[in-house]
Design a protein around this ligand. Structure first.
Ligand SMILES: N[C@@H](CCC(=O)N[C@@H](CS)C(=O)NCC(=O)O)C(=O)O
Length: 248
């Protein structure tokens, strides 16, 4: 993934009366990652939407290296290392913060809207995506049918409010936005689980069903995980005894 960095973004040179400041070199971006992490995918999707170069370093979360623990206050991925010429590297953690930083600094079409109210609304649903991931986590953690059924019902209830919000084909309409970037990894998990068991959690939510499909087809989303994602994700759940992987 090494290559020339092309981003100028918000650091691009400004011209006043025909005199332009020399643009700063784009920072080198390194994403500290775990191959199946949905929070990491948020950052990857934002980077891929803007077509900039970045490096990826995967860490073993079961055996976190010291260098990682030193830079990640919560011991979690994603972490984004930003190296600007002549400055000390800066570390960002928390996927939503990384998403916003990338959105504000990379060149190209922004994921968060210009209008403050639209932007606030997007932030609210970005936050909500975290709670959907939380329900999904409970679903895959269930070890028996009763736990699975309860978690499935809770997940459907959490997805339901979105049905009235999705404009289609993407969350806010024709343009891919921040809310799309954060829900796509959750839907990817659903798609992966449904290669084994039909969960049907969006069967009665036609707009969500179409949204899932539109997101899965988006190149930035499709390419946001390693090619062996399915095996890695399902393999980890199988090893943990997830009831969700019991075929129905
Ligand atoms: N709120 C964090 C959540 C990140 C998170 O939970 N990452 C998981 C992997 S998907 C992690 O690093 N877990 C390691 C641990 O908790 O020890 C974010 O949005 O970045």
């Amino acid at each position: 993934m090494n290559g020339p960095l092309v981003s100028l973004g918000a650091d691009a040179g400004v011209c006043v009366d025909g005199v332009c400041a020399i643009p700063e070199a784009a920072p080198k971006l390194t994403l500290i990652s775990f191959p199946t992490c949905p929070y990491v995918q948020r950052a990857v999707i934002a980077l891929r939407e803007r077509g900039v170069e970045y490096e990826v370093i995967h860490v073993d979360l079961a055996n976190k290296p010291d260098w990682f623990l030193q830079i990640s206050p919560l011991g979690k991925v994603p972490v984004l290392k930003i190296e600007r010429a002549g400055e000390k590297p800066v570390i960002l953690f928390e996927s939503t913060v990384i998403l916003q930083y990338l959105d504000e600094t990379l060149p190209g079409q922004r994921l968060f809207p210009e209008d403050a109210l639209d932007r606030a609304r997007q932030r609210a649903w970005v936050e909500y995506a975290g709670s959907v991931l939380g329900e999904l986590w409970k679903l895959v953690q269930a070890r028996d049918e009763a736990g699975f059924t309860e978690a499935r019902t809770a997940l459907i209830a959490r997805l339901q409010p979105l049905e009235a919000e999705v404009a289609g084909p993407f969350f806010a309409g024709a343009e891919f936005s921040a809310v799309d970037a954060v829900f796509a990894p959750a839907f990817r998990q659903l798609d992966a689980l449904e290669t084994v068991r039909h969960l049907g959690v969006t069967d009665d939510l036609p707009k969500l069903q179409a949204w899932r499909q539109a997101l899965a087809a988006r190149p930035s989303v499709a390419g946001a995980v390693p090619p062996d994602f399915l095996d890695l994700y399902l393999g980890r759940l199988r090893a943990a005894g997830s009831y969700a992987l019991t075929a129905n």
